[in-house]
Ligand binder design. Structure first.
Ligand code: ADP
Length: 151
């Protein structure tokens, strides 16, 4: 069984995330959307809200599971018997950042990272930009799934 973990903060879930998740679905038997919890990090949306965004969006998708974890992503993957970490790449900065993490993870655990490129027209979307636009009452709706629009 080909199982992947898609780790992230999802603060909030965006159409950039769903683009990667939707396109990864045919590649795996199961994808765990795993919210990494970091007590020293400030989030705009509570853990409950972020869980709701993921669960509601994928409630009809049997291959998707939603969970939270703390600690190293590779330790969480081992606990779930997942052999792959799924990540999205928007640009060269993402690639450089992900390269060192992916290589370190592989060296430490043998768990490989699989990368999908953003679809054309989705690379500009990030949770950071969405939060910024939300805070200044701008139109963010074209960057998020329906469940986040209702917030
Ligand atoms: P993190 O804080 O771990 O980067 P995020 O929630 O910001 O968590 O992102 C989770 C994953 O989604 C990362 O692999 C990130 O590169 C990817 N991602 C986010 N937005 C996009 C996008 N617009 N296109 C492709 N991948 C994306």
């Amino acid at each position: 069984m080909k199982k992947a973990v898609f780790p992230g903060s999802f603060d909030p879930l965006t159409l950039g995330h769903t683009d990667i998740i939707d396109r990864a679905l045919p590649l795996f038997d199961e994808i765990i959307l795993a919210i990494g919890t970091n007590s020293s990090k400030k989030y705009m949306f509570s853990l409950q809200e972020r869980l709701h965004f993921l669960k509601e969006t994928y409630k009809n998708e049997s291959k998707i599971k939603v969970d939270t974890y703390s600690g190293l992503t590779i330790d969480y993957c081992k606990s779930q018997d997942a052999a792959f970490i799924l990540r999205g790449l928007r640009n060269a900065q993402d690639l450089e950042f992900e390269k060192s993490i992916g290589q370190t993870n592989y060296k430490m655990s043998g768990i490989d990272s699989d990368f999908l490129l953003s679809s054309s027209g989705k690379a500009h979307i990030s949770s950071t930009v969405v939060r910024d636009v939300m805070q200044h009452n701008g139109n963010y709706e074209f960057m998020v799934p329906d469940v986040v629009k209702k917030k």
